[in-house]
Design a protein around this ligand. Sequence first.
Ligand code: F6P
Length: 346
Amino acid sequence: MEQRKRIGILTSGGDCPGLNAAIRAVAKTAIASGYDAIGIIRGWQGLLGEKSNIILLDRINTSGIIDRGGTILSTSRTSPFDIKDGPQQVINSVKRLGLDGLIVLGGDGTLNCSLEMYELGLPIIGIPKTIDNDVRGTEYCIGFQTAVQVATDALDRLRSTAASHHRVMILEVMGRNAGWIATYAGMANGADYILIPEIVMDDKKIGTLIEMLTARNKRGISFSIIVVAEGTVIDGTKYSYNVDGKTSKLGGVGRYLAEIISERTDFNTRFSALGYVQRGGTPVAYDRSLATHFGVKAMQIAKEGKYGRLIALKNNKVRDVPLEDVRGGIRPCSLKIYNIAEKFFG
Ligand code: F6P
């Protein structure tokens, strides 16, 4: 008897809203096509070592999860390339499990690692997911729209307290070294200034920001809203903090900016950092449907045996492009889009 075909799916890197919608789409499409859908637990970690950590995905454990944040498969930031013989261990596990292919949901780091694994012979299809929206080759990543919505809601809330207290309110958002979340949320909120990693804040730019706040105040507007992306460089420094003695994470630029504004003006200034709140919880409808489209497309090309591809949104259409397209660093925020938000500063 011919062995049933088997597709593996894993989520790696930071979690984001919409992952479960994609897992569901892949698994249900796979099952309907006569495949076994094998979920790998904790990303690449589940394929390292002698014994794989997996779960058989079925119609029951993939039901009722489309609106759930996080990932039912769990995730980790482990890369096979960080471990001695890691890539070979992954290849061995995929063989041992009898997988015809592997669908990997990841951000920039995971997808570049997937590309290397593909080049080592692993049949891989990548699906872009990250709130940072910084993966090359696609216009949108799963999770981004939800993060923008959460950040926009936070900014709207900050505006009412800023107005009541006549304050300058700063919100620090995530995005790593890209300003996508800051730009889109800032634009949606009508923020008075947006700072992003793509635009280095030197003394001249800080001067412009202070002038803007002052001019706004002179016009009789007693409050201002500022969005700052965590990876923004101010006065030559990228702000970070240490989490466990060896890992440093971006964060702290909002506080620093508040200090600068307080030193150079009389404005009552406060900051908030949105942090992991923008990465957790229920995905917005857009992320659920993008994840569903991406999952279905990934399974469609897996059935054709078309590997080494990235599922992407291009000109508003779901396509598959060479996985190779993720290479070359992150996709910076579009300055054209930033320039539109900028028209409403002050
Ligand atoms: O890549 C997603 C992201 O949330 C970034 O925006 C942020 O800088 C980073 O992950 C935080 O990483 P960790 O989950 O490892 O703390």
